[in-house]
Design a binder for this molecule. Structure first.
Ligand SMILES: O=P(O)(O)OC[C@H]1O[C@@H](O)[C@H](O)[C@@H](O)[C@@H]1O
Length: 253
């Protein structure tokens, strides 16, 4: 094989939980924006998937997502602290409020994998390719446990590990480069698989051998503009490890 490691994002790439996150964000932000109508007399402008979630929140660490969205609406509240309770009107308080909504849905509905991604993961594993998961989410470990994939990865750099190590979140490449460092593989011999614009930007900034965009959201154009070497709608289109090898070689002559 011409590549030595593959680092996967989780939400939206391995598991269908990107949708769970998006719904939890919408619930929390719409409630908060409604509250501001009463308290500040502001006009209610709904939090939408296309105009708000995808450009400002998707793929970013929890509090960075809150801060980006609020900034886009010109809302300035204190940052607060990760220990803030969900009733506090701070960036962290709002992020923690959303986390409750996310975990309620996760508890009720569980998590599901994308079968094509799971199949590729096992194919790569059998071929001795190093596997990493690089997720902004602090819920990465419990989600992977639920779908029985936690032990498959040689490296996991998630929201919890990032906070411990003080890593910059996506669109900075830190969590992908840290995953490669753990498995001791060069970035230019590694592949990043991402569904979020911020994650693709991170793959490109980190100068990985290949950054693949998975367009789950009718956002082929946005992922290409973010710099993805190739964009597919599902991993199935890659045609397994041999297909991946061909694509990698094509971009690394
Ligand atoms: O709040 P968590 O679970 O730490 O997740 C942070 C982010 O994790 C990313 O993986 C998701 O794409 C985002 O939607 C989410 O907001």
């Amino acid at each position: 094989m011409s590549f030595e490691a593959v680092i996967f994002d989780m939400d939206g790439v391995i598991t269908k939980t990107a949708l769970t996150h998006a719904a939890a964000w919408k619930k929390m932000f719409d409630e908060y924006l409604q509250k501001r109508v009463q308290e500040h007399g502001e006009k209610f402008v709904e939090f939408t998937h296309e105009a708000d979630y995808l450009p400002y929140v998707d793929g970013k660490p929890r509090y960075k997502g809150v801060a980006s969205f609020l900034e886009s609406r010109g809302i300035d509240i204190p940052f607060g602290d990760a220990s803030d309770t969900p009733d506090m009107e701070t960036v962290c308080g709002l992020g923690n409020r959303k986390n409750i909504a996310f975990n309620e849905v996760l508890e009720k509905e569980g998590a599901e994998v994308y079968p094509s991604t799971e199949a590729l993961i096992y194919e790569l594993k059998s071929a001795g390719i190093k596997l990493g998961v690089a997720s902004s989410s602090k819920n990465c470990k419990p989600v992977l446990e639920r779908v029985n994939l936690l032990d498959v990865f040689d490296a996991r750099v998630d929201g919890v590990v990032s906070a411990e190590l003080g890593l910059h979140g996506k669109p900075e490449p830190d969590i992908f480069t840290s995953a490669c460092d753990i498995v001791n593989k060069a970035y230019n011999k590694s592949i990043v698989v991402e569904d979020a614009v911020s994650g693709v930007q991170a793959g490109i900034k980190g100068k990985f051998g290949l950054t693949i965009g998975i367009a789950r959201e009718n956002n082929v154009k946005e992922l290409k503009e973010a710099g993805a070497h190739i964009v597919v709608e599902d991993i199935e289109e890659i045609s397994g490890i041999d297909g991946l090898n061909k694509i990698f070689t094509q971009f690394n002559k």
